[in-house]
Design a protein around this ligand. Structure first.
Ligand code: ADP
Ligand code: 5GP
Length: 189
């Protein structure tokens, strides 16, 4: 089966930014499009950035067994659809999941061969500055995300790989080397 890479870490640490850099360097990787009940941010497109679902539709899909994992985060629901994962892995395409820590734990149980990577901020202050600087979340939402980040940071040692996102290029270099090593390793098994 194709490899699955789980990239996790607190909101605002730079997961999305690093993944864009990673996919530019390793173009065979594809990003799984998650489902969420949060409203789209300006510029986000349904089916591209997320599958934006109502609460009822999200609940229906849970009951239909359509999720590999799902979690509540900052008052909204997020989940990885089985179809997003399976259409790629069955075609031999390595896939990246960008998910929060509870979801990463569920994937660890469901897919023990998935490669788990935790992205670390240089400091809590830098994390706050990045969330504020991104300009996409309200003050209340930023406060909620930072509170969750405290718990998420405590979980970092559960992960096989930890990558510090201080200088962006260096973090992408490190991610690329982890991914290439794991892809080569799976070919030789
Ligand atoms: P996440 O996907 O983890 O929530 P984003 O990728 O949206 O985080 O990044 C949050 C903000 O931090 C963005 O404005 C992004 O441009 C910025 N950022 C990402 N990496 C770095 C870095 N290494 N140094 C400074 N700012 C960064
Ligand atoms: P945002 O609202 O900033 O897009 O995402 C909030 C958090 O939800 C981020 O930490 C992001 O990684 C996480 N997330 C996105 N998609 C999923 C998913 O499918 N499952 C889980 N568990 N978390 C997700």
């Amino acid at each position: 089966m194709a490899r699955v890479f789980v990239i996790t870490g607190p909101s605002g640490v730079g997961k999305g930014t690093l993944i864009r850099g990673l996919v530019a360097r390793v173009p065979e990787l594809e990003l799984s499009v998650s489902a969420t009940t949060r409203p789209p941010r300006p510029g986000e497109r349904d089916g591209v950035d997320y599958h934006f679902l109502t609460d009822e539709e999200f609940e229906r899909r849970i009951r239909a067994g359509e999720f590999v994992e799902h979690a509540d985060y900052s008052g909204r629901r997020y989940g990885t659809l089985r179809s997003e994962l399976e259409q790629r892995t069955s075609a031999g395409v390595p896939v990246v999941l960008e998910i929060e820590v509870q979801g990463a734990r569920l994937v660890r149980a469901a897919l023990p061969d998935a490669v788990q990577i935790f992205i670390m901020p240089p400091s809590r202050e830098a994390l706050r500055e990045r969330l504020v600087g991104r300009g996409t979340d309200s003050e209340d939402d930023i406060a909620r995300r930072l509170a969750v980040a405290e718990r998420e940071l405590m979980a970092q040692d559960e992960f096989a790989y930890k990558v510090l996102n201080d200088r962006q290029t260096e973090a992408v270099d490190e991610l690329e080397s982890i991914v290439r090593r794991e892809l080569t390793h799976s070919l030789s098994r």
